[in-house]
Design a protein around this ligand. Structure first.
Ligand code: FAD
Length: 276
């Protein structure tokens, strides 16, 4: 059976960005993803834009899943958003805690994502299929791997249907995480998040912040390319395609691509995997 893929966008800030995203979405729709997801700025900073992009993708006939983060929000805020999504016929949400934007002191009425899942289920029953985040290399704020696994298990127990992981470049971290989750009785699909590599400097910075390890052999090789963007791109494509092959061969139920609103790398990786 062909593995399912899903593709993530962020809501553009400008009309030009939105126009480009329309082209990117049309291009990536050829891969027949099971859904496109659209990120959400914590504290509701992208609420209108996330909703607008989701509605547009749905109007084109694709399944669209908004991300929804709860930190900095009240129950009333989240209830309003759920009502809007329900009225628009949206059936899937990627439910997250999020991170408080710097300068925003008010944590709101939710502390962790499991509380959001519980709230969505209590407000809307089974209307939404709920995706949650998982961290094969552990969330940077987790007190311990065991605590993080407990937190993940709590989200699933609260009603999550499926999980998408933070991106990683070490397949063993993913397989180990899945084994440990299964040993705890967590049986939902755990879909690896895949980050196509467009450049190295930004990736290194972002990976440090979100706790994704770039293995030394990869880091050294990328650094050796300097400003040679073609070599970086070619090596990145090889590395990420091989990672996907290993994940799928080892039983990963699908792939979730962090497209960064670009189509070329995701399309090329899927072509190499014969998923196009
Ligand atoms: P949680 O599951 O609540 O976990 C957060 C931390 O708290 C973990 O360290 C966990 O171990 C710990 N924890 C949980 N429960 C407890 C407890 N009871 N006591 C003590 N510690 C606990 N961010 C956005 O802002 N917008 C997005 O659109 C977005 N999309 C994402 C999509 C994916 C697939 C992923 C993997 C991440 C995404 N993020 C997004 C980032 C995410 O919001 C951050 O990683 C955030 O810091 C954690 O969110 P969470 O839902 O995993 O939180």
């Amino acid at each position: 059976m062909k593995p399912e893929i899903s593709i993530e966008f962020f809501p553009p800030q400008t009309p030009e960005g939105m126009a480009k995203l329309r082209t990117v979405c049309a291009d990536l729709a050829k891969l027949q993803p099971s859904f496109f997801s659209v990120t959400f700025g914590a504290g509701g900073s992208t609420r209108e834009r996330t909703f607008a992009v989701v509605k547009e993708i749905a109007a084109e006939g694709h399944n669209a899943a908004p991300h929804l983060s709860c930190i900095g929000s009240t129950r009333a805020n989240i209830r309003d958003i759920l009502t809007d999504y329900r009225a628009a016929g949206i059936r899937r949400i990627v439910a997250l805690r999020g991170d408080l934007p710097s300068g925003m002191a008010e944590a709101g009425e939710f502390r962790y994502a499991n509380e959001l899942i519980e709230f969505i289920r209590s407000e809307t029953g089974d209307w939404f299929s709920l995706e949650v985040a998982a961290y094969p290399e552990w969330h940077p704020q987790a007190r311990s791997p065991q605590d993080d696994l407990d937190a993940f298990a709590r989200k699933v127990k609260a009603g999550a249907n499926s999980a998408i992981t933070q991106y990683f470049f070490n397949a063993d971290a993913y397989f180990n995480f899945v084994d440990q989750a299964r040993a705890r009785g967590v049986n939902v699909p755990i879909v690896p998040g895949i980050m196509p590599i467009a450049g190295f400097t930004k990736l290194a910075r972002f990976s440090d912040a979100c706790g994704a390890e770039i293995p030394r052999w990869m880091r050294k090789k990328f650094e050796s390319f300097g400003d040679d963007t073609e070599s970086i791109r070619a090596f990145g494509l090889d590395v990420v395609t091989e990672l996907c092959q290993r994940l799928l061969a080892g039983g990963a139920p699908g792939l979730h691509f962090y497209s960064m609103n670009q189509s070329a790398l995701t399309s090329e990786i899927c072509r190499r995997l014969a998923l196009n």
